[in-house]
Design a protein around this ligand. Structure first.
Ligand code: UDP
Length: 486
């Protein structure tokens, strides 16, 4: 088939968590909207999360060629509990041993390598964009001469920061893990403490796995980043010049969701009617509501949730609070102070489960965002021009907090001192109240957040930096394919 007629075909293969599947699906939509054929590879239960979103995208873009291919993931055979073919499921359905289970889940994904190879062999896509946590995907693609791109899920800033720390190990030279140090080599004099870092023992299974991940990064064709140049130009340059890795920044990816339906269908089904939410927000003044959410993986204790509720009540701000608490249905809710919803009726909305986050952030009444600093949430907040209260919990979230508060200066820290996976460092109601009041009153933060939002929109618009990078990336990929065909 001639290169002029053959539609460019890309496989997108995200890790099975919301924080990875949602932006990768956005990416698949973007590529299909510029004429490529996008196929998302995932397991059956995860396909259910993505399907509605694809449908509403197709309603808006009838010509778009985008679909899902299901991979088989036999949990029982792999020694995982039934239904554990999504990492969110692993986290929410296990308590004490969840960390072991999470690692086991991550390592088990290697089982998918053979299916990936078979698919590449039969379908012959022109390019594979696979998640950073699938290091074996590079080899699978290489076997058939298909370029493998990595999707990282985070920003340049945090990758560069963790690279500098891994190289110099400054925290190992200090007596206490609570003592701050400036990250060596990294532009911007960024101070952090040892207890805010993910400390992975190099000799552990996870340590070895991470080594494999880093090696595959060196061997892949390049990286597609969910970011834009003006947001973190010093770190994009550092990444390219010092880490010497190829990358194309094509974000914010979430901006591809335009209509109400598309924004509301992102991720799993929202547990609240989006029109009801919008009506509620419509009745509020511009920038008067604070939206509170801690992403898809955080599971606070009842004590912490009670403090959050009390802090919100004391702040006297209007709020929307999305709470991901299993066992929300029926019975006494021990995580809510007695009479909380009656007292805050009219000024507060509690969403038990999944919130249509982008829709809420984009509403003009939303004027603040209390966030755990997952990268998608941060970037969605930036795109919407909303200043933030940063409340990092785990993963690379403490780095993201530094970017928001120290580099971009569009928010205040709630005061989390150390990384505690899933449950976070305990934060008192007084600290929560103070940070919410500060961010809602801070005109400087709001002004800068609005400027960044305008830059984000310009970046993905015609002639913008992300738009151009996407174009350059596609040109290079097509040239590669044409050379291969000749
Ligand atoms: N999200 C959502 N509704 C919720 C919780 C999360 O739409 O109630 C989306 C959010 O918009 C983001 C993703 O889920 O796109 C979460 O990714 P992030 O990197 O912020 O955090 P993670 O869940 O990976 O910790």
């Amino acid at each position: 088939m001639g290169s002029q007629t053959h539609q460019f075909h890309i496989f997108f293969f995200p890790f099975m968590t919301h924080g990875h599947m949602i932006p990768m699906l956005d990416m698949a939509k973007i590529f299909s909207s510029i004429g490529a054929k996008s196929t998302v590879l995932t397991t059956f239960p995860n396909s259910q999360t993505l399907e509605r979103s694809i449908e509403s995208f197709k309603n808006q873009n009838p010509g778009a060629d985008i679909g899902i291919t299901i991979l088989d993931f036999p949990c029982a055979e792999l020694g995982l509990p039934e239904g554990c073919d999504s990492c969110d499921h692993v986290v929410s359905n296990s308590e004490a041993d969840s960390e072991d289970l999470r690692c086991k889940f991550m390592f088990s994904t290697k089982f998918l390598k053979q299916q990936l190879e078979q698919l590449i062999e039969t379908v012959r896509p022109d390019c594979l964009v696979a998640d950073i946590v699938f290091p074996w995907a590079t080899e699978a693609a290489e076997k058939y001469g298909v370029p493998r791109l990595v999707f990282h899920g985070t920003c340049y800033f945090s990758i560069c920061a963790s690279f500098c720390i891994a190289l110099h190990k400054p925290h190992k030279k200090l007596a206490s893990s609570s003592e701050p140090f400036v990250i060596p080599d990294l532009p911007g004099d960024i101070a952090i403490t040892g207890e805010q870092l993910m400390n992975i023992d190099e000799e552990s299974d996870m340590g070895r796995f991470m080594k494999e991940v880093m090696e595959s990064l060196q061997k892949c064709y390049g990286v597609l980043m969910n970011s834009f140049y003006d947001l973190e130009s010093a770190y994009a340059d550092f990444y390219r010049n010092v880490l010497k890795l190829r990358s194309w920044h094509i974000g914010p990816l979430s901006l591809c969701n335009r209509g109400i339906e598309e924004k509301a269908e992102r991720g799993r089904k929202a547990t609240i009617d989006e029109h009801e939410c919008l009506q509620w927000l419509d009745s509020k003044k511009p920038n008067s509501v604070v939206y509170v959410s801690f992403g898809s993986m955080t599971r606070f204790t009842n004590e912490q949730l009670i403090e959050i509720a009390a802090g919100l009540e004391a702040s006297e701000q209007d709020f929307i609070w999305a709470v991901r608490k299993e066992g929300n249905e029926g019975g006494k809710e021990e995580w809510l102070p007695e009479g909380f919803e009656e007292r805050t009726r009219g000024r507060g909305l509690v969403i038990r489960g999944w919130a249509p986050q982008v829709l809420l952030l984009d509403h003009q009444a939303t004027g603040g965002f209390v966030t755990h600093c997952g990268w998608n949430s941060v970037l969605e907040g930036v795109a919407a021009g909303v200043p933030m209260v940063t409340w990092p919990v785990g993963a690379e979230q403490f780095y993201n907090e530094k970017l928001v508060t120290h580099v971009l200066r569009i928010g205040v820290k709630v005061g989390a001192r150390k990384l505690v996976r899933r449950v976070g460092d305990f934060i008192s109601r007084e600290k929560g109240e103070k940070a919410v009041r500060e961010v809602m009153a801070g005109e400087e933060w709001r002004r800068r957040a609005n400027e960044l939002s305008a830059m984000a929109k310009a970046a993905v618009g015609e002639g913008g930096s992300s738009y151009n990078e996407l174009d350059m990336f596609m040109e290079e990929m097509k040239m590669l394919r044409n050379n291969k065909e000749m």
